[in-house]
Design a protein around this ligand. Structure first.
Ligand code: PFF
Length: 447
């Protein structure tokens, strides 16, 4: 096992796993999905999903990973060599590549916006000028491809260096800095004129808007944000040492992740309503509004670049975890070298990323696909970032609850702690509540 690598400390695991969880999902995807789905009601369903559906799955994945010490394919194979369970692992490996392919496009935007912020493009900006900058930026297809390639290369580079040297060191220092700037932005945003309208949109639920689509998207967002349903947390769990207290570690991870997403909403919506933008503006929402907030902050010239730099790094700690799943698979199961695996998978991901990079105006056809009437990036996010993760999480819960059996999982979980107060609730959740709700929600949307 030692040769696979391990985290150096308990804090190291919490920070690395939080680094995976906290990323564009919190600061880009959560606000725009909330805006698209009508605001506060979505937030409420999201919070319930995190606690009731996602958190039990998080503990299930991490314990499965630590017990088996393997990537998702290896973990399922080891516990159930016969039967189709290993295909659940393969689904995770493929999902990792597919999510990374478009996630890296948005991560490329954060790098592009860092450069714009440094070169003073965001001074004295109103919302119309900001929208114009964004439109020009995303439809410049050469630039989009370049940024995508840069980001994938960065990810490959860190992953090729290995688990604790690369991933852990990054997460340790930078997450607290990002948090600091978010607080600053929050204070500015909620004190803007007409911020109250944004707060109302964000906090006052309209129960008439409750639809299967809202519930499905909220649940999908919970899995996406906590990096669940594709074996990331199985893989990260496999690097955790036995003495560690898993319930407390996973509780902290979910808490940090949710806290940062909720904060991002407090930054985005007051500002959106203050300048009269449409909260349902889609994937560009955050990139349209943030430069406007920075141009209204004293010292925005400094904080703007710093923020986009930190957001790029938050994205990087998530892309690393996306790539780590397929890479761990090729290392463990195919005996490839880490470097070889990282570069080859990275190259394939880059190819899959091309249509997403061209889909925000760069190439007409990818920007509005026939039949589905959405952009390639939106379609990929729906298929892989929502449906595949939900299906994966469903089968992980079934596997841990019924096949490996929750009593065995509990033995693994309690290795680092004698008193796991929520053991009974967790067992009920992972066997019944989580899988039943996921199934009902998926079916209610499809039927
Ligand atoms: N959780 C990451 C985010 O919120 O940005 C994205 C992500 C990483 C999703 C790893 C899934 C995953 F396996």
């Amino acid at each position: 096992m030692a040769s696979r690598g391990n985290w150096n400390s308990k804090v190291g695991f919490i920070l690395a796993a939080s680094g995976s969880a906290v990323g564009l999902g919190n600061i880009w995807r959560f606000p725009y999905t909330t805006g698209k789905n009508g605001g506060a009601l979505f937030v409420l369903v999201y919070l319930i999903s995190v606690i009731v559906i996602a958190l039990p799955v998080l503990l299930a994945e991490v314990s499965l990973g630590r017990f088996s010490g393997k990537n998702p394919v290896g973990a399922f194979k080891e516990l159930r060599p016969k039967g189709g369970w290993k295909y659940l692992g393969y689904l995770g490996v493929i999902t990792g590549v597919m999510i990374l392919s478009y996630y890296a496009v948005i991560a490329g935007w954060t790098v592009g916006y860092f450069v714009k912020a440094v070169t003073g493009k965001f001074n004295q900006l109103d919302s119309a000028a900001s929208a114009q900058i964004f439109g020009g930026f995303v439809s410049d297809w050469k630039l989009q491809l370049l940024l995508l390639a840069i980001f994938i290369f960065l990810t490959v580079y860190v992953v090729s260096k290995g688990v604790s040297g690369g991933i852990e060191r990054f997460s340790m220092i930078l997450m607290p800095m990002l948090f600091g700037i978010l607080i600053l932005l929050l204070i500015r945003s909620v004190t803007l004129p007409n911020a109250a309208a944004g707060l109302e949109f964000y906090l006052k639920p309209n129960f008439d808007a409750l639809t299967p689509k809202v519930i499905l998207e909220a649940m999908g967002q919970a899995f996406f944000s906590l990096s669940l349903g594709m074996g990331t947390m199985i893989t990260y769990g496999s690097y955790v040492s036995k003495g560690e207290n898993l319930p407390s570690a996973t509780g902290w991870i979910a808490f940090f992740d949710t806290f940062i997403a909720v904060m991002a909403g407090f930054i985005i919506f007051p500002a959106i309503f203050s300048v009269g933008m449409d909260p349902a503006g889609g994937p560009g929402l955050v990139f349209n509004i943030l430069p406007v907030i920075f141009s209204k902050i004293p010292g925005g010239i400094i904080f703007g670049p710093l923020f986009f730099a930190l957001l790029s790094i938050a994205a990087l700690t998530s892309t690393i975890s996306l790539l780590e799943v397929p890479v761990a698979y090729f290392i463990d199961e195919k005996k490839w070298h880490r470097r070889t695996a990282a570069y080859i998978v990275g190259f394939v991901t880059l190819l899959f990323g091309v249509p997403s990079a061209l889909s925000q105006g760069g190439l007409e056809w990818f920007s509005k696909l026939p039949y589905v009437n959405m952009s390639f990036l939106d379609l990929w996010d729906l298929i892989w970032g929502n449906l595949s993760l939900s299906i994966g999480a469903f089968f992980v819960a079934i596997f841990v609850g019924w096949i490996w059996k929750s009593s065995n999982a509990l033995m693994e979980i309690t290795k680092g702690t004698e008193n796991f107060k929520f053991a009974f609730f967790w067992m009920i959740a992972v066997k019944f509540i989580s899988p039943a709700l996921i199934l009902v929600i998926l079916l209610s949307k499809i039927l």
